[in-house]
Design a protein around this ligand. Structure first.
Ligand SMILES: [Zn+2]
Length: 593
């Protein structure tokens, strides 16, 4: 296998890869933004529909003109952070993007005021293509403060509430943990020791959990102070802005409503028995009486260790997508053919995997580190689902309508994973292979659907406790966490006592001004399980429905997208359909026991 095949070709993103020319292009991006400011600053409030359309189109044309060059700089750096030119260009690009953002920040504020004064503009046929984009701006308006207040918040937060987030993340990343592996004492940072949670060695998994949470628990005063400050600050800002609930801000950002999330969470709560049924089945598969917390996502002891070459992985993934729809399969093939995927393992390359949309090119670029494990094939299928989303969305929508919120952003990717699951299941010849494929899909469903739901309940309970006047010290927060966790797991799992400190390491709890990072994951997972269920029921008829959904980008709300599928996502009935699909996977697993 040639290495080149696994290395992406970024030159397609730019007219020239000459660093001097790239820098010049970045400079002209800022200059152009300054021109827009000169022309429009202080004047948006008096625009009519046609005037507003011109501005929005101008903004979109700038996005298309410069998205290639900024993406080039970012990807070049992700591919090799040690490359001096890449470092330099990435820095130049980030600075240019920041400058452009600052220069154009007035647009959203002035547009908000314009729409607040003339809400009928949203309905104006001239602006039809931007309707939902404008609706989303209008929805934020009632909670906006005066310009001076907004500025004050930004200035004070920088060394105020953001300092707690920074402390939490720096504290965590500078801890080290000592653990003995095969008779040898090793010292590991947090990012490394958590890799042991997936070890096939059960005792090692247990010790890794014990060591990590024992150490984190010792610093409870740091974690509790940080989480208490961030949560209390959030409630205070909610009151000042007039948000009806601590979730409102995130609901607006995710283009969703409270009723939908309530139905989603109710469905989860009613289905914990189903999840627990799977956990008991997994215990049996692992030869255990009952799972301990460090077994929940552990690999099955008899899982086959098949290795894939780049070619084999490509064939599997392309076939999975082609079986669904030849056009989509063709795009996936094109991603390989045009070398838009970087799979090579290299020093200096970013870890993890991602897909970035290239709007002007109507395609995407993917980064992953491919070592031949089945997990890598799954990641490839996942990221290519994002790419398919990009192909469809960029062909149909303007850039302003391709700002997809986190509830919908995972639709293509998780669906693609399920297509691969189906293919792997159809090819599995042994019981062990089937177990491994089904356990992987159910482990992931359990973590994203149920474990993350515990985090939603937990976060809500912290706000409730503060409102009731409780002081959130470490033990109190730990009590709230275990209560939320037990609501999901019941008695299906034995927890090490020390796991009461599990909340301490989750960075999401400490991010100020963007709370409830969690439920969009639950939403996305169950939403896609519904989609997959519909595909199973409707067959080929469903293909165009999924294509339309992905092609809609952010031009429609998730509620609207659900409506076009024939459902109301505000009802539990919709979400139960996804649960039915999970149940079917569990039934399939049970039959092979
Ligand atoms: Zn994803």
């Amino acid at each position: 296998m040639s290495k080149e095949e696994m290395r992406w070709d970024l030159s397609q993103l730019v007219e020239s890869t000459d660093p001097a020319l790239i820098k010049r292009k970045l400079e002209s991006m800022v200059t152009e933004a300054e021109g827009v400011r000169e022309k429009y600053y202080g004047k948006i409030g008096s625009l009519d529909a046609k005037g507003l359309l011109d501005l929005l189109e101008l903004n979109d044309s700038m996005t298309l003109k410069y998205c290639g060059v900024t993406l080039y700089c970012r990807l070049l750096y992700s591919a090799n952070a040690m490359n001096v030119v890449a470092k330099h260009l990435n820095d130049a690009s980030r600075t240019a993007i920041m400058k452009m953002g600052q220069t154009l920040a007035f647009m959203d504020i002035e547009m908000g005021r314009l729409l607040a004064g003339n809400p009928s503009l949203v309905e104006d046929p001239v602006l039809a293509e931007y309707k939902h984009y404008l609706e989303r701006i209008l929805r934020r308006v009632p909670y906006m403060l005066s310009e001076n207040e907004e500025r004050l918040i930004i200035a004070k937060d920088k060394n105020g509430i953001y300092a707690w987030q920074q402390l939490q993340s720096e504290w965590l990343s500078t801890r080290t943990f000592e653990i003995e592996i095969e008779g040898e004492k090793k010292t590991m940072p947090y990012g490394e020791i958590i890799g042991l949670y997936q070890s096939p060695d059960r005792d090692l998994r247990r010790r890794a959990n014990q060591i990590v949470y024992e150490a984190l628990g010792k610093d409870e005063i740091v974690w509790a102070s940080a989480v208490r400050a961030v949560c209390t600050d959030h409630l205070m800002v909610c009151d000042i802005r007039g948000y009806p609930s601590p979730m409102t801000q995130s609901l607006i950002a995710n283009d969703i409503d409270q009723e939908t999330i309530d139905s989603l969470m109710n469905t989860i709560e009613k289905s914990t028995g189903l999840y627990q049924r799977y956990l008991r089945m997994k215990a049996k598969l692992m030869g255990l009486e009952k799972l301990a917390n460090y077994d929940i996502v552990a690999p099955l002891p008899h899982a086959p260790k098949k290795e894939y070459t780049w070619r084999e992985s490509r064939d599997e993934v392309v076939s999975a997508y082609s079986g669904f729809n030849p056009q989509i399969g063709g795009w996936v093939e094109e991603m390989f053919e045009k070398r838009h995927i970087d799979g090579e393992v290299r020093r200096g390359k970013r870890s993890g995997a991602f897909s970035s949309t290239w709007l002007a090119g109507k395609t995407a670029y993917i980064l992953q580190s491919f070592t031949g494990k089945v997990g890598n094939v799954r990641t490839q299928a996942h990221e290519l689902g994002h790419a398919v989303h990009a192909y469809l969305g960029s062909r149909t929508q303007r850039p302003s309508n391709y700002k997809i919120g986190s509830c919908i952003a995972e639709c293509g990717s998780i669906f693609g994973e399920l297509l691969l699951t189906e293919r792997l299941l159809s090819k599995a010849t042994t019981k062990e292979e089937r177990h491994a494929v089904l356990a992987t899909v159910l482990d992931s469903f359990g973590m994203t659907g149920f474990q993350v739901s515990a985090r939603v309940f937990f976060e809500q309970s912290m706000y409730d406790a503060i409102r009731e006047g409780k002081f959130l010290d470490g033990e109190t927060v730990a009590g709230l966490w275990t209560a939320a966790r037990d609501k999901i797991y019941g008695d299906a799992v034995d927890w090490l006592d020390i796991m009461k400190w599990e909340w301490t390491m989750k960075v999401h709890y400490y991010i100020p001004n963007y709370r409830f990072y969690n439920y969009p994951y639950v939403f996305a997972k169950l939403f896609v399980f519904v989609l997959y269920r519909l595909y199973k029921e409707q067959g080929q008829e469903f293909v165009s429905k999924l294509k339309n959904l992905l092609a809609a980008g952010s031009s429609k709300s998730p509620w609207q997208l659900g409506k076009e599928l024939g459902f109301d996502i505000r009802t539990e009935e919709f979400w139960e359909k996804g649960m039915k699909q999970a149940e079917e996977f569990i039934d399939m697993l049970e039959k092979t026991l």
